[in-house]
Design a protein around this ligand. Structure first.
Ligand code: NAP
Length: 461
């Protein structure tokens, strides 16, 4: 579309790589006229062409920072979607030169939250408002409805709220966007969201490893199992795509594509051979197959995956809460679970239950002490321990499931061995300790007392 001098765009977007191009088309499709700009101008033409092909969407290409900024109605809102770090600073410098007090910059990239806090300060000197907005859902989310996590200036959020509400993924309890909080909270929440996402993927991979190498499941069986799981409590985007991955045959040879993919995080070459020689193994799996009841293993793995997932989300949510307390962001954890229900990679039915747990008790110390989740964990712990035990016996590393189980046990046990650590610290560093039976800080001359004492020693001999 040709930009008309008389009609200014409602919003602007600079940075037209995968995310920017798709988000701009999404905004235009929702009926908000948008100006677009990219340092390399061929991407401007590409985006304008796409907007034309997709039905004359109200998207206007601009070829320099000044024309771009001046083509937007005031107070101007400009989304930036460029590589995080220095490119964001450079883009802000190029655009803000033409911006005025009351205008707003919205960085939609995966930025370190402290960079956002620095930029909020820097642009505020000129009265420019700032939002750091997490955008999740990749290319498809950006085009068809992402989960949006805007944090920073509330005034800036209010200026674009109507646009964000339409552009975001829509679920039954509303659009997947909410004002997150002040400062760099939007970026911090997006960072934790991504951590949870990778945690989910790791746990799913571990479930796959156990089913394949202990249970001996074929790819078509794995696909069936994941499809079945996707009809129950594990229903989620990641489980659904995992079922699909096991169906894809290798077009370049025999067998399935997933088996041909390099396990990039695995140890390769001489290191791997050394360990295999040492263990006297061929493929690194110790045979435990005799006596394995496949049906029961599958059900156990499902339960172990679900319980581990609860622990992983519990840790993510507690990380958010600690940062929120430290920074005074006042994060609403239930609302965060809600805006992750659609658009993003971790979208799952399960998030609705997390939302409800925090609605029941906004001060919940951990998800795993919520009565409903606690009950589910207890019901699943026997299966979970069997899976982790089997994996350990088979020599299959399941760090995610093991760490989650350790986290659960830390909560579950009335008393942890940190009493001994405190005693050690007090012995060598006079760090003092607290007692279980009276208040205050105590110090003991441990070595002197131990040397003077012979109590108990004789009984060992
Ligand atoms: P990207 O590959 O991270 O960045 C490419 C864009 O940055 C291009 O528009 C490029 O312009 C611009 N750029 C790089 N250096 C620049 C500089 N010095 N000055 C001005 N512009 C510069 O793009 P992306 O994958 O679309 O991601 C954009 C942001 O969204 C990133 O922060 C990313 O982490 C985040 N994100 C990505 C995804 C995803 O699935 N890709 C999902 C969520 C969030 P030129 O064309 O001129 O080189």
């Amino acid at each position: 579309m040709e930009a008309s001098a008389a009609t200014l765009s409602r919003i602007g977007l600079a940075g037209l790589a995968v995310m920017g191009q798709n988000l701009a088309l999404n905004v235009a499709e929702k009926g908000f006229p948008i100006s677009v700009y990219n340092r390399t101008t061929s991407k401007v033409d590409e985006t304008v062409d796409r907007a034309r092909q997709e039905g004359a969407l109200p998207l206007f290409g601009q070829y320099n920072p000044r024309d771009f900024v001046l083509s937007i109605q005031r107070p101007r809102s400009v989304i930036i979607l460029v590589k995080a770090g220095a490119p964001v600073d450079q883009t802000i410098a190029a655009l803000s030169e033409h911006m005025e007090s009351g205008d707003c910059i919205i960085d939609g990239g995966n930025e370190w939250y402290e960079n956002t806090e620095r930029r909020i300060q820097e642009v505020s000197n000129r009265g420019i408002l700032y939002l750091g907005m997490g955008v999740s859902g990749g290319e498809d989310g950006a085009r068809n409805g992402p989960s949006l996590m805007p944090g920073g200036s509330y005034e800036a959020y209010s200026n674009v709220k109507d646009i964000l509400m339409k552009v975001a993924a829509q679920v039954e309890d509303g659009p997947c966007v909410t004002y997150i909080g002040e400062g760099g909270s939007g970026n911090f929440v997006k960072m934790v969201h991504n951590g949870i996402e990778y945690g989910d993927m790791q746990l799913i991979s571990e479930a796959y490893d156990v089913l394949k190498h202990v249970g001996g499941l074929s790819n078509s069986e794995l696909s069936e199992i994941f499809s079945e799981w996707n009809r129950g409590e594990l229903e989620s985007f990641l489980i659904e795509i995992t079922a699909d991955i096991f169906k894809v045959k290798d077009e370049a040879g025999d067998g399935y594509l997933v088996d041909k993919i390099l396990d990039k995080t695995g140890m390769k070459g001489t290191g791997k051979w050394t360990v295999q020689q040492e263990a006297g193994l061929h493929d690194g799996v110790v045979s435990v197959k005799s006596g394995i009841d496949k049906k029961r293993l599958i059900d156990d793995v499902r339960q172990a995956l679900y319980a581990s997932k609860i622990c992983s989300y519990a840790q993510g949510m507690n990380l958010l809460r600690s940062k929120s307390d430290e920074k005074g962001w006042n994060l609403n954890l239930g609302e965060l679970a809600r805006i992750w229900k659609g658009g993003c990679i971790i979208r799952a039915v399960f998030l609705d239950r997390i939302k409800k747990a925090y609605q029941r008790n906004p001060k919940l110390a951990s998800l795993i002490v919520d009565p409903e989740f606690a009950k589910e964990m207890v019901q699943r712990q026997a299966a979970w321990r069997r899976v982790v035990g089997l994996a350990i016996s088979a020599g299959i590393s399941t760090p995610g499931m093991c760490a989650s189980l350790a986290y659960f046990d830390t909560y579950r046990r009335a008393r942890l061995p940190a009493n001994l650590v405190q005693a050690q610290r007090d012995l060598f560093g006079a760090h003092t300790y607290e007692r279980i039976d009276r208040p205050g800080a105590f110090h003991t001359e441990w070595t002197k007392l131990a040397r003077n004492s012979t109590a108990g020693v004789g009984s060992l001999h």
